[in-house]
Design a binder for this molecule. Structure first.
Ligand SMILES: [Zn+2]
Length: 162
């Protein structure tokens, strides 16, 4: 997306074609437009990785976000005001394991196991220490992971020790 388009609110022919081909969505444009007005230092190296709207929430994934959790929360709040929806900023990562660690924090990942289902699809089962510590609902984490990473996951709590 061109910054000029985002500032002017009109799309150039090249970006218009990207929208028509589905390479960018209307939501991407709305989120990027809100993001370019944010003046935070910690956004200077940040890279937009995608957004997904789930029910009343918008998850915005950013790479190289050099923000503390408090700063990320502040950005979420600013974007929520601009987009008039509850926005949650996520730290995206090219590494699937690092991405999972981020979306599941502050819960800790104890194990990751990939299983093949009878229909030939793959499911990643993630065992965490405590589901009640998750900052997002389990269904949201599952959908965000499917949308951003194309992976089907299941989240399980560690079996109690005997
Ligand atoms: Zn453009």
């Amino acid at each position: 997306m061109c910054e000029f388009d985002l500032r002017s609110g009109a799309l150039c022919p090249s970006c218009q074609r990207k929208l028509e081909r589905g390479e960018v969505t209307r939501l991407d444009i709305d989120v990027l437009t809100a993001l370019i007005d944010q003046r935070y230092q910690f956004l200077s190296n940040a890279e937009y990785a995608g957004s997904i709207r789930l029910r009343n929430k918008i998850f915005v994934a950013l790479r190289n976000l050099e923000a503390s959790s408090q700063e990320a929360a502040e950005l979420s709040l600013q974007l929520s005001r601009r987009l008039k929806s509850l926005v949650r900023v996520l730290r995206d990562n090219r590494s699937f394991t690092d991405f999972l660690a981020e979306v599941l924090s502050p819960a800790k990942i104890l194990a990751i196991n990939v299983v093949w289902l009878p229909d030939g699809t793959e499911e990643t089962i993630i065992t965490v220490d405590d589901i009640s510590k998750l900052q997002f609902p389990v269904e949201d984490i599952i959908e965000v992971t499917r949308a951003l990473k194309g992976r089907v996951i299941r989240i399980e709590k560690a079996a109690p020790r005997h």
